[in-house]
Design a protein around this ligand. Structure first.
Ligand code: GLA
Length: 376
């Protein structure tokens, strides 16, 4: 199977962790459709860890917990498919999953066959309890092969948190996306650290295999267990900046909030068509980071799009107000080119034409993103 653009969907972990059940998953599938997420491009409903019994059955197969999933997984898959969506599940390369459930080490082929039977379209594959003397690359290649030969198209979402600089080899073992960092927390500093650590590695991300910088925390506010006691609850500006960054990087967009109850601000953000079109640009190019060329504290990213247009993102990741500066000459439009840049704000639709320079004062943690066309 070929993945042309970064996968988009929803994952149960960030908000619900072990508190998952059939009702939640079916309601989230309903919300995907009713709240317009499916039409905006979101496709996968993914059940993360804690869905199974603690033991395999007598045939060595994984068993869904009947209290959480009384009708089994095929029923859940059929429901999700009936909504025009795809179904994702979770296992792990080690002996146990991160939450201590049976995992796929030594069971890769039987588990892939089981997932295929249930109608699974996506497998997130974690890295906890991995035997010390075993080879991680081999383990991911083995599950990749099991999925590729199970008779069903199943997207392989590898999740080894970047161990062994996995951005350099996860594509080679057949993953379609790979988590490149440890877990995100519902805190601005966590989001910032993760994004900044990976910007240089997005040259290894694109059609076929995407760098996954973890599920979005957008809309979680104080819900879910991803919160660190001492960090402030994220604000609307924090979420805007996270979503805009993930879009500028063409990273997978896996929503992690309770999509049945997202507030208006986050709903509008998560379904922003202009930002999603930047994320889903068929070239999925790494943005050009020109922050060092301008005298400002902002992160300045310029993304070449496939239709000869561009996207510009100016991000204030600092804790106080900053003025971002933008000179077209820093992004390959020197004065002598004669170009004027028509810039459309993807949040407000406002247009501005820039010839020599542009300045924008950004509140702490806020950002601006423009779609850019050059005219002469
Ligand atoms: C790891 C992963 C998370 C989540 C949990 C589940 O920490 O990185 O994304 O899947 O395991 O236990």
């Amino acid at each position: 199977m070929h993945i042309k653009t970064a996968p988009m969907g929803w994952n149960s972990w960030n908000t619900f962790m072990s508190e998952i059940n059939e009702k939640l998953i079916l309601e989230s599938a309903d919300a995907m459709v009713e709240k317009g997420y499916r039409d905006a491009g979101y496709e996968y409903i993914v059940i993360d860890d804690c869905w199974s019994m603690k033991e395999r059955d007598e045939n060595g197969r994984l068993v869904p917990n009947p209290e959480k999933f009384p009708h089994g997984m095929k029923y859940v898959a059929d429901y999700i498919h009936s909504k025009g969506l795809k179904f994702g599940m979770y296992s792990c390369a080690g002996i146990l999953t991160c939450a201590g459930y049976p995992s796929s080490y030594g069971h890769e082929f039987i588990d892939a066959a089981t997932f295929a039977e249930w109608g699974v379209d996506f497998l997130k594959y974690d890295f906890c309890y991995f035997p010390k003397n075993a080879d991680g690359k081999q383990a991911y290649l083995t599950m990749s092969n099991a999925l590729r030969t199970c008779g069903r198209d199943i997207l392989f979402s590898a999740c080894n948190w970047g161990c062994g600089e996995s951005w350099n080899w996860m594509a080679s073992v057949g993953a379609h996306m790979y988590r490149s960092t440890g877990d995100i927390y519902n805190a601005f500093e966590s989001m910032k650290k993760i994004a900044l650590s990976q910007i240089p590695h997005f040259n290894c991300s694109g059609p076929g295999c995407f760098n996954d910088i973890d599920m979005l925390t957008v809309g979680m506010y104080d819900k879910g267990a991803l919160h660190r006691g001492d960090s402030p609850v994220q604000t609307d500006a924090d979420y805007k900046t996270q979503f805009a960054l993930w879009c500028m990087l063409s990273a997978p967009l896996m929503m992690g909030g309770d999509i049945r109850n997202t507030n208006d601000f986050c709903h509008e953000l998560l379904t922003n068509r202009e930002l999603i079109s930047i994320n889903q640009d068929p070239d999925a190019r790494q943005p050009y980071d020109f922050s060092d060329l301008v005298d400002s504290r902002a992160l300045c990213l310029f993304k070449v799009l496939s239709n000869n247009e561009f996207a510009l993102g100016l991000f204030n990741l600092a804790d106080k107000e900053a003025t971002a500066k933008f000179f077209p000459t820093c992004v390959g439009f020197p004065n002598y080119s004669g170009a004027k840049l028509l810039m459309k704000d993807v949040f407000t639709g406002e247009e501005v034409t820039v010839k020599d320079y542009f300045m924008k004062t950004l509140p702490s943690h806020d950002c601006v993103v423009y779609k850019v066309k050059a005219v002469f």
